[in-house]
Write a new protein. Structure first.
Length: 277
């Protein structure tokens, strides 16, 4: 028996782009046979609906309402619900798992962190950082930013992406042995951009969000819940926007060459070894 979990979900309580409350998702995921969901609303540095003129703790309390409403309804119906969030930098976004409301209240300086500080501090406190939809292209973006060194894993399958963008992420992660996750990036009950509901499959149910973090960091014991052939490489797959791959020091390296994109990580690794970075 497989236990399915949604790992990327937005609610109207905090995500300005969402159309469903946390509680409204519960019956839907129960009907699909999922064991649980992880609520990942957009944080204050992203497409968040929480007013920015309130005291920090009040903002955090309001931000967590989507999760709390989903958790209450999940407990009532028998669906596991866990808390996480989605941070945004300049067009690139990261899913943060394993930390809680009290951690956010204690870290108002998170809004000032760069990628390296963000990753180091979250990991130091037991969290997991996953780059969401790494090769995403949208009409409001002008460039693609890929951060293999500033996260623990790539979300290689995102139901908000056209298939070629997921294939790019999957191939990059596969060639460079980066742990992979999948999520629907759902904003409205029963609706995603590509019509599918994604997630992660486990052989045993999760015990907690800390258990999810532990399992993903281990890199084993799970699989991606995606349609067959969604991630299979197809000739002609490519990004159309300029792609920037970031090295260990968070320095961008630009290329539009499809072969260079997938080999640049190794160039960084060689450079880092030689220069003791």
């Amino acid at each position: 028996m497989l236990y399915l979990y949604e790992t990327h979900l937005h609610t109207t309580a905090a995500s300005a782009c969402a159309r469903s409350s946390g509680a409204e998702y519960i019956s839907f995921y129960k009907s699909l046979g999922y064991a649980g969901i992880i609520v990942t609303d957009h944080f204050f540095n992203g497409n968040c609906s929480i007013p920015d003129n309130l005291p920090w703790e009040e903002r955090v309390n309001l931000f967590c309402r989507g999760y709390e409403e989903a958790k209450a309804e999940g407990d009532r119906q028998g669906l596991q619900v866990f808390f996480a969030w989605e941070d945004r930098f300049d067009g690139d976004e990261f899913l943060v798992y394993g930390l809680d409301k009290q951690w956010l209240i204690a870290h108002p300086d998170i809004m000032e962190w760069d990628h390296i500080t963000h990753y180091q501090k979250i990991r130091a406190d037991g969290g997991l950082v996953v780059q969401a939809h790494p090769f995403r292209e949208r009409n409001y973006l002008t460039e693609v930013y890929v951060h293999p060194y500033q996260c623990d894993a790539f979300e290689v399958a995102n139901a908000g992406n056209p298939s070629p963008q997921n294939r790019m992420a999957y191939r990059y992660a596969l060639e460079h042995h980066i742990t992979m996750t999948a999520g629907s990036d759902i904003h409205h009950v029963g609706r995603t951009d590509n019509g599918y509901i994604y997630g992660m499959e486990f052989n045993t149910p999760l015990q907690s969000i800390a258990d999810y973090v532990k399992r993903i960091k281990s890199g084993t014991g799970f699989s991606l819940h995606v349609p067959q052939d969604e991630l299979s490489w197809k000739e002609g797959t490519a990004n159309h926007l300029p792609v920037f791959i970031y090295d260990r020091k968070n320095r961008p390296h630009s290329t539009n060459n499809i072969d260079e994109i997938f080999h640049m990580y190794f160039l960084f690794s060689f450079h880092c070894i030689q220069s003791n970075i």
